[in-house]
Design a protein around this ligand. Structure first.
Ligand SMILES: *Cc1c(COP(=O)(O)O)cnc(C)c1O
Length: 353
């Protein structure tokens, strides 16, 4: 018999639970392009409420929420500041340039965390040669930073500085509820420092599809126009909004379990020859580790894991990311940890011969 697969590639791989599917099947729907879909409307209201914003709008992806946020805050020829590993810059095909004529200025953080002092001199003076600095984007938790939670005082300092200089602020909160679970700081507390905030329902919360952008009512009204322009107007969207609503109502509190499971995984990696956590820090549902070249490449190591039934994702030639989520329990995570250790031991003994 084939061993069961333990899929740690991403927290996006979760399948809707039975109860979630039931909520989706029974969702009340309408045409959300002509006027409104009642289920999407309820989701948008709850999202806005949790984030302490006037309004929110449901969209098909987190990339769309981020790119529409950039478009709301910037005009062609404007620039935004961001951390060099962030999703908006690295994993959205430079859509800010392709779709909105905006440039990004990246600043290298420490595992995704910037300090105010790194930004203070970066606002461009008024001069016909220069782009205009308009926006600061932060990411919480930070994906490339191995799920790192932004330190709250850093968020306060950077956003406070941005506002005092007339810059807009956007939070890529694809995993903001993980930051909430990790710190106990409410979503609203994090969100109040930003003009706009995006959240994903399709990551740790476990919905099949969807994200939302929250902010002031006038900006969200404008975002609705841009969503239509970008092809994101959806008709009886309540069917998928119901999955997102179910996730938001029922799956926030359990994120702490994913974090505990990530710590189990981290412990196994620490105890494996030739593997090293980078950073050696587990704050939410993710770990990133480097594979010693003596064991082979990240791809070699992942092939060995896959043979034993564990899936992960390589994020560079020597680095692998593993993410815990709703569809893996602590027993499976312990088993995955055991498999990691066995693969590392086997490959390191081969390399010693
Ligand atoms: C997943 C993710 C997004 C959005 O991704 P989509 O696949 O477009 O939904 C944005 N930011 C971060 C940090 C992410 O991890």
């Amino acid at each position: 018999m084939k061993p069961e697969t333990i899929d740690l590639r991403s927290d996006t791989v979760t399948r809707p639970t039975k109860a979630m599917r039931a909520a989706m099947a029974e969702a009340e729907v309408g045409d959300d392009v002509i006027d409104i879909d009642p289920t999407a409307e309820r989701l948008q209201q709850l999202t806005a409420e949790l984030l302490g914003k006037e309004a929110a709008i449901f969209m098909p992806s987190g990339s769309m929420t981020n790119q529409i946020a950039v478009r709301l805050h910037c005009r062609p020829g404007d620039e935004f500041l961001c951390e060099s590993g962030c999703h908006i810059y690295n994993y959205e095909q430079g859509a800010f340039a392709q779709l909105s004529g905006v440039v990004a200025r990246t600043v290298e953080g420490e595992h995704g965390v910037l300090q105010l002092a790194q930004l203070e001199d970066l606002i461009r003076p008024q001069n016909d040669h220069l782009v205009r600095t308009r926006l600061v984007c932060l990411e919480n938790t930070h994906n490339r930073g191995a799920g790192r939670v932004q330190p709250y005082p850093v968020v306060e300092a950077i956003t406070g500085w941005a506002q005092s200089h007339g810059l807009r602020t956007h939070l890529d909160g694809a995993r903001l509820f993980n930051a909430v679970a990790a710190t106990g700081i409410a979503a609203e507390q994090w969100a109040k420092h930003f003009d706009t905030v995006s959240v994903c329902f399709s990551k740790g919360l476990g919905a099949p599809v969807g994200s939302a952008l929250a902010g002031p009512r006038d900006l969200i009204r404008e975002a609705r126009r841009h969503r239509k322009l970008f092809g994101g107007g959806m008709r009886q969207v309540g069917v998928i909004a119901a999955g997102a609503l179910f996730a938001l109502e029922h799956h926030r509190d359990r994120l702490a379990e994913d974090h505990a499971n990530a710590r189990i995984l981290a412990e196994a990696i620490r105890n494996s020859p030739g593997l090293k956590l980078v950073p050696d820090l587990v704050e939410s549902n993710m770990v990133i580790f480097a594979v010693d070249p003596a064991l082979g490449s990240a791809t070699d190591f992942m092939a060995a894991l896959q043979q034993a039934g564990v899936l992960m994702l390589s994020i560079s030639p020597a680095k692998i990311r593993a993410v815990t989520h709703l569809d893996v329990d602590s027993k499976q995570v312990r088993k995955a940890g055991e498999i990691i250790r066995q693969c590392a031991e086997r490959l390191s003994s081969v390399s010693r011969r």
